[in-house]
Design a protein around this ligand. Structure first.
Ligand code: ADP
Ligand code: MG
Length: 246
């Protein structure tokens, strides 16, 4: 179980997350939807400590972190959380001067200190899983956007994280290429990967998410099982927002 409780985050005087309580059960997928600026990316970034919440608690497997302005997490805690989370970004963020294979092995070799041969074997296994083993020696720039995002997913999965975070993983892609990425994420979900994703992509959310959470102004307005929330949103703000996605 991944759980966030009472998470608060401000930038200067701007309160961006105002007490977020959210649990993602092991093996389940939660999609965060909400208008631009509602705090979706910040929330994902708080989970892997790219941003530091001001207060609240994060539970990630055996790890529990309680955030306090006067006590930042220790380096050891940060590493433990990062080790358990993989992140996929809207714009892929592959290393341009590394081959596809090296993009996947890089973190295993430099951060996790795996031997090259073991990292290579793991990378090839993951590239196989996202259907790109035949591109292992290519440069990212020679791949389509959909292929680059699939490499980014393989890279995020390399250290076997407990949780995969995806920030609008299909929004930089044409529908046809987005579909490849949706297929990969759906197959991971089918294999029991726990995921928390921000998305505007109804095809992705409908196909992959068990639960949908609607965020506005740093507050959770409504949450529910994906089909229910899309078909029968209760709050007028949710209803209005979902109409804009259709
Ligand atoms: P979303 O992903 O839902 O579009 P974000 O989490 O990116 O929303 O942003 C939420 C709010 O936080 C916005 O008002 C944004 O301007 C602000 N914000 C995000 N990151 C920073 C930052 N690094 N510094 C200052 N303000 C930020
Ligand atoms: Mg965002």
């Amino acid at each position: 179980m991944i759980a966030l409780s009472a998470i608060e985050k401000s930038f200067g005087g701007n309160a961006v997350l105002r007490g977020i309580d959210l649990a993602v059960p092991e093996g389940r997928v939660t999609a965060l939807i909400g208008p631009s600026g509602s705090g979706k990316s910040t929330l994902l970034r708080c989970v892997n400590l790219l941003e530091m919440p001001r207060s609240g608690t994060l539970d990630l497997g055996d790890i529990r972190l309680t955030f306090r302005p006067d006590r930042p997490p220790t380096r050891r805690e940060m590493l433990a959380v990062r080790r358990q989370t993989g992140m996929v970004f809207q714009n892929f963020q592959l290393f341009p001067h590394r081959t596809v294979l090296e993009n996947v092995t890089e973190g295993l070799v430099t951060v996790a200190k795996w031997p090259q041969a073991r990292a290579r074997a793991r990378a090839l296994e993951l590239l196989e899983r996202v259907g790109l083993a035949h591109k292992a020696g290519d440069w990212p720039a020679n791949l389509s956007g959909g292929q680059q995002q699939r490499v980014a997913i393989a890279r995020a999965l390399a250290p076997s994280p407990r949780l995969l975070l995806c920030d609008e993983p299909t929004s930089a892609l044409d529908p046809e290429l987005a579909a490849e990425v949706v297929d990969v994420l759906a197959s991971l979900a089918g294999e029991g990967m726990t995921m928390l994703m921000a998305t505007h992509d109804l095809r992705l959310a409908r196909r992959v998410a068990d639960t949908v959470v609607f965020l506005e102004g740093g507050t959770i307005v409504e949450r529910g099982p994906a089909p229910d929330l899309f078909a029968h949103p209760k709050d007028p703000r949710t209803r209005r927002f979902i109409r804009t996605l259709l």
